[in-house]
Design a protein around this ligand. Structure first.
Ligand code: PMP
Length: 456
């Protein structure tokens, strides 16, 4: 019999090089091929349905089958499929999106600039920061401080900001002028007997020591996700951001909030900066900006950033930066409609309410033999698996247990993501409590199956 159009035999998978994949292992195991999406569910090419408990890549806020986003894209595609914003040109939809973003910003912002991925947006933030320092006559002020386990992307600049070994090993990164300070993961990083308050004070001290050692006049900015995502979902303890911001203010250092995951409701407020009490000068957004139906990212800057770079562009003759597809009209139309949906359907409230429920249900699993920590806020969470709860020791190599539980979850119809031994949950913002219950049932079953293997 001939292969069915959607069957694995129908396609030759050898030509597609995958992102974030062990290429040799992939030659053995091949891909999971997803063909359809419906609400919080996706379906593979064998007809098996999964709860997409990662919203794709932390991104599909409104779910996988939203007709209004399709209509918005179709309308815009028919009216004006492409235009750009170089050399004083514009189009209505990008003007409207910029206004919408600046109006909804959690702290006063001045301008929105459009890019196509979180990495590009962070790259642009770094370039704007350097440009600003030159504009201010402070060419020595070029260093950017990021954090261990922070995630800011994969371009040469943004992978340098990222604080994870896999993004830097053999890529000859990080580049110069990027520094990494400590990660606010209390459960892993606190010293014996250290309280949360002592821990956050120590981290703020670490930051200040680093600034002083480098020379405060050389440090331009600090970048951080309000809640760390790809580094394992790390929610900083209360007081952390207040103490960090006090140090930054003391040395006149800009704060960049990377809201690529947190933005648009994920943490139970519209922006993670609100949940975490951050007052950034630059806000970086992507993912839930368009529910990733189309690629788009943006950064907002305040007047502290805009005014000097505007003067510098005037001095040079142009701001020599911009992407062909930056603010693409079809992506911008989808983003605008997506934000309307998030507002109309109270998805931020849903993230807070169903999020609180998800956090509570996940915490019921904290007593499981393999669960070291459950953490998260709103609709973003992780469980960190351990082989020994007392010593927090892994099962063999770090990542082995995470991969085992994650694989079990996939078999049990839930797509999650293992980051080392942490397993992340970041479902679409439309998820219901009953659907959270389905994730918990699958997770418990998967943990039990993994435990049987660990003990075998
Ligand atoms: N910043 C954060 C906080 C992210 O989570 C990501 C993507 N996971 C990025 C930046 C990079 O975005 P992209 O993959 O679109 O380049």
């Amino acid at each position: 019999m001939d292969a069915q159009p959607n069957s694995p035999e129908a396609r030759d998978i050898r030509y597609h090089l995958h992102a974030y994949t062990n290429m040799r292992r992939h030659q053995e195991v091949g891909p999971l091929i997803i063909e359809k999406g419906d609400g919080i569910y996706v379906e593979d090419n064998t007809g098996k349905r999964y709860i997409e408990a990662m919203a794709g890549l932390w991104s599909v806020a409104v779910g996988f089958s939203e007709p209004r986003l399709v209509e918005a894209a179709t309308r815009q595609m028919k009216q004006l499929p492409f235009y750009h914003n170089f050399t004083h040109k514009s189009h209505s939809v990008v003007i409207d999106l910029a206004e919408k973003l600046v109006m909804m910003a959690p702290v006063p912002m001045s301008k929105a600039f459009f890019t196509n991925s979180g990495s590009e947006a962070n790259d642009t933030a770094m370039k704007m920061i350097w440009y600003r320092s030159n504009a201010l006559g402070q060419p020595q002020r070029k260093k950017i401080i990021s954090r261990k386990r922070g995630y800011h992307g994969v371009t040469i600049a943004s992978a340098s900001l990222t604080g994870l070994p896999n993004n830097q090993l053999s890529f000859d990164l990080p580049i110069a002028n990027v520094l990494h300070t400590s990660c606010p993961h209390y459960w892993r990083e606190a010293l014996p007997g250290e309280s949360e308050d002592q821990f956050t004070t120590r981290l703020a001290d670490d930051l200040e020591k680093l600034i002083l050692a480098e020379g405060p006049e050389t440090v331009a900015a600090f970048i951080g996700e309000p809640v760390m995502g790809a580094g394992g979902v790390v929610v900083p303890p209360a007081g952390y951001w207040e103490k960090i911001q006090a140090v930054l203010a003391k040395y006149d250092i800009l704060l960049v909030a990377d809201e690529v995951i947190c933005g648009f409701g994920r943490t139970g407020e519209m922006f993670g900066s609100q949940t975490m009490g951050m007052r950034p000068d630059i806000i970086v957004m992507s993912k839930q900006l368009s529910s990733s139906y189309l690629p788009i990212s943006a950064l907002m800057i305040n007047d502290r950033v805009f005014e000097p770079i505007a003067d510098e562009s005037n001095r040079i003759g142009t701001f020599g930066h911009g992407f062909t597809a930056g603010g693409h009209p079809v992506a911008a139309a989808v983003a605008l409609e997506n934000i309307r949906l998030i507002e109309e359907r109270d998805l931020v409230d849903n993230a807070r309410e169903v999020g609180a429920y998800m956090q509570q249900r996940l915490r019921e699993l904290a007593s499981h033999e393999l669960v070291g920590e459950v953490r998260g806020v709103g609709l973003i969470a992780a469980i960190e698996t351990v082989a020994d709860k007392a010593t927090k020791a892994p099962w063999g190599q770090v990542g082995a247990l995470g991969a085992l539980v994650n694989g079990q979850l996939q078999q049990n119809g839930v797509i999650s993501r293992a980051m080392g031994d942490s397993i992340a949950f970041c479902p679409p913002l439309i998820i219901t409590k009953a659907q959270v219950d389905d994730i918990i049932v699958a997770l418990r079953t998967s943990l039990d199956a993994a435990l049987a293997q660990v003990k075998a």
